[in-house]
Design a protein around this ligand. Structure first.
Ligand code: AMP
Ligand code: FE
Ligand code: FE
Ligand code: ZN
Length: 298
């Protein structure tokens, strides 16, 4: 890829992890692209949870001078590297063929799992007297999109139970809450193999985001390299400076591409687009290892 100059004349911003309203972001895909333009993003990846439903609308909205990396964030389950039960992790897949049969089937299964589990969480809360109904939550999930706890969080805000989405997570929706219900996520090696088989590249999303609960030992990341893991998200809002140092060293030692991204979710989170960015050399390495769909130029 030719050297980027930066749409605003500044250091280029390459934001490789963002969510639209096709999953649990609040901007429709075209609105995400417009917000990215306004924020000075040069290269935007759309990475909704377990869906590629936003790809076409984002591509259609791409302005001249901006590049679009089409991707998704896959819900996975992984050993932690300790003697304890597995943990939920996220795998970013970029530039894979969205029609690949295994991906179509697994994303569809996961979206159904998401609905099933969101219904159960809502029912448990309603049974405990919270003024919330399944219909209230799913009124906020447009057809064809990927449901998640942030939709329930918004319904709880609308019902006056909490003041904000983040308060909903801190008080009621976090992973150790009595209302938490797990979903049957994809084994992480299966997800990596699927992404590779579809011509894409796999990057381990926020592997040390401890704020969300348990995280994997660094050795687990290294063990995924033979399965086809290509990169690791180093600069992420939920990583401490120490986590970033550790992950950057690990990436260097094991030939993993180190990325940085905002994990923007619109108004469901406070992080701004371009809050973190990926170096162009890292993007070039990722793109060089794909054969699925191209990076789109506006
Ligand atoms: P789910 O996909 O249903 O398991 O819900 C997880 C999603 O909830 C994450 O992808 C984030 O978008 C969101 N989330 C997790 N923790 C928080 C938090 N503390 N504040 C706001 N959103 C959060
Ligand atoms: Fe999310
Ligand atoms: Fe994530
Ligand atoms: Zn994300």
């Amino acid at each position: 890829m030719a050297a980027l100059t930066g749409v605003s004349g500044h250091r280029p911003c390459i934001d490789l992890h963002t969510h639209s309203a096709a999953s649990d972001g609040t901007d429709p895909p075209a609105g995400l692209v417009a917000a990215a333009r306004a924020a000075g993003v040069d290269v935007l990846a759309i990475t909704d949870h377990d869906t590629t439903a936003g790809w076409d609308a984002a591509a259609a909205a791409l302005p001249a001078g901006m590049l679009l990396v089409r991707g998704a964030e896959f819900s996975c389950i992984s050993p932690t590297g300790r003697a304890e039960r597995p943990v939920s992790v996220h795998m970013l897949g970029y530039l894979f063929d969205p029609a690949h049969h295994a991906i179509v089937a697994e994303q569809s299964r996961l979206r159904e799992e998401r609905v099933r589990r969101l219904v159960r969480i809502t029912e448990k809360m309603a049974a405990d007297g919270y003024p919330i109904a399944v219909e209230d939550v799913f009124a906020l999930v447009p057809p064809g999109t990927s449901a998640g706890r942030p939709h329930l969080a918004r319904a709880l805000v609308a019902a006056g139970v909490v003041g904000s989405v983040s308060e909903a997570f801190v008080t009621l929706l976090h992973n150790r809450s009595p209302y938490y219900v797990p979903k049957a996520d994809t084994p992480v090696t299966t997800a990596i193999e699927m992404i590779n088989a579809a011509g894409g590249v796999a990057v381990f999303a926020h592997p040390l985001a401890r704020r969300r609960g348990r995280v994997v030992e660094p050795s687990v990341i290294v063990d995924l390299v033979p399965a086809g893991l290509v990169g690791v998200e180093v600069d992420h809002p939920d990583h401490t400076p120490e986590d970033r140092i550790l992950l950057r060293r690990l990436a260097t030692e094991h030939g993993l591409v180190a990325t940085g991204s905002s994990d923007y979710h619109g108004t469901n989170k406070t992080t701004a687009l371009c809050a973190e960015s990926t170096p162009q050399t890292a993007l070039d390495e990722l793109v060089g290892r794909t054969s699925g769909v191209p990076v789109l130029a506006g």
